[in-house]
Design a protein around this ligand. Structure first.
Ligand code: PLP
Length: 400
């Protein structure tokens, strides 16, 4: 992370193609655009890269979640299960579609705990969203198996793990659909942007229409103004400049991951010296995108000691139990039910009563893990000096 480290002539060329036509919009302007369709090309390249049938570009990873949930038919009265360690966007999208987020514990993968998932499924569950956090895979095969037993679709939030795989099969292709983010801190970036991939053509058509106000995109003599519609939609359209960036960045993704893997291996080696250290469980080492390096200590006290040394050495690691954006107990606005709507929706029902109450203490297994885990983000370009500093600090921390 992140892809802006390797912006170069490739991105400039793609952007320039768009500027030369002046067409910033993915639809229409056929004569003026001279066959330049960057968003469409990006979608095709992305679907092909992931080995799936269809890709729908949208404005963000959050929009991707919303559009996918809409196309799966999720709405008010439904429950959607996700994990308690994720970015707030995952459950914001669930609330935005009108459904209720239900949170599972995470296990040593730092992703959805399949055993806890089984306990959280009810007759209202309409979708399961495992998240491939910190660049690496959830127990996705197991999760899809459990979901299939209950006939519930799986949406993989792959925002942080583009290019990740299990035995060569891309993350995002195990469930009904997978969503991606290309925001400014993700491995490949278009500034803002997102994508949904699926093998289901009908779902893709629904997303294509929904993300563009319901436009059916059928060819007709009156162009865009003459298009029909089967349902109401919204506007989550990606623009051509983002599509152009996406084409150039996607072409570099495997090289970015390879660089990150080299750096991560160095840090992992150094951290191995810490007594009792464990590494986050990876279903497939080769399929890791190495965007982050996570290691787990034996106790909270040991974790704090190690963390203190790393801070003293000037190379602090992240402890996600202290980070307010990614871990359930820290989401005070969720626990309080703080919304902008005067009615208190989505936390309050029409009669003003609370629809849902969240207790910050219901995920003890996750809390225990997160309090013992330290994480380094891995850059694509890390110079010898930076790597040496972290490795030396980790070795020093091994002695405390
Ligand atoms: C970044 C992220 C998102 C949201 O993506 P945006 O493009 O920033 O809207 C969703 N889920 C996870 C896990 C993320 O890390």
């Amino acid at each position: 992370m992140p892809g802006f480290e390797v912006f170069g002539d490739e991105e400039k060329k793609e952007i320039n193609d768009v500027l030369e036509t002046g067409v910033l919009f993915r639809y229409e302007f056929a004569a003026q655009r001279k066959e330049v369709y960057k968003v469409l090309q990006f979608e095709r390249n992305f679907a092909e890269y992931c080995g799936t049938g269809f890709a729908q570009a949208v404005t963000s990873g959050t929009a991707a979640l919303k559009v996918a949930l809409a196309a799966l038919g999720v709405g008010p009265g439904d429950e959607v299960i996700t994990q308690g360690f994720t970015f707030v966007a995952t459950w914001e999208a669930i609330l935005d579609i009108g459904a209720i987020p239900v949170f599972t514990e995470v296990d040593e993968t730092l992703n959805m705990d399949p055993d806890d998932l089984k306990l959280k499924i009810t007759d209202k569950t309409r979708c399961i969203i495992p998240v491939h956090m910190l660049g690496a895979m959830a127990h996705i095969e197991k999760i899809v198996e459990i979901a299939n037993e209950h006939n519930i679709p799986v949406l993989e939030d792959t925002a942080q793990a583009a290019g990740g795989r299990i035995n060569g099969k891309h993350l995002g292709t195990f469930g009904q659909c997978g969503t991606f983010s290309f925001d400014s801190v993700k491995t490949m970036t278009t500034g803002e942007g997102g994508m949904v991939i699926t093998n289901d053509e009908k779902m893709w058509r629904t997303m294509s229409e929904y993300h563009d106000h319901g436009h059916d995109h059928a060819v007709n003599p009156f162009g865009r103004g003459g298009e029909g519609r089967s349902f109401i939609g919204f506007n989550y359209r990606m623009m051509e400049l983002q599509g152009a960036m996406g084409i150039a960045q996607l072409a570099k993704l495997d090289a970015m991951i390879a660089a990150q893997k080299t750096h991560k291996a160095r840090l992992r080696d150094a951290a191995s010296a810490i007594p009792g250290v464990k590494f986050r469980k990876l279903m497939d080492e080769d399929g890791d995108t190495a965007t982050f390096f996570a290691f787990i200590l034996e106790s909270r006290e040991q974790c704090q000691k190690v963390s203190r040394v790393l801070i003293e050495e000037g190379v602090p690691a992240i402890n996600f139990s202290e980070n307010t954006w990614h871990f359930y107990p820290s989401w005070e606005h969720l626990h309080r039910g703080s919304a902008v709507a005067a009615s208190g929706y989505p936390f309050n029902a029409e009669n003003g009563k609370r629809r849902i109450v969240y207790d910050p203490d219901v995920l003890p297994k996750s809390a225990d893990l997160m309090e013992r885990a330290l994480v380094y983000p891995i850059a694509i370009k890390m110079n010898e000096n930076q790597l040496e500093n972290i490795c030396n600090a980790l070795k020093k921390a091994a002695g405390v």
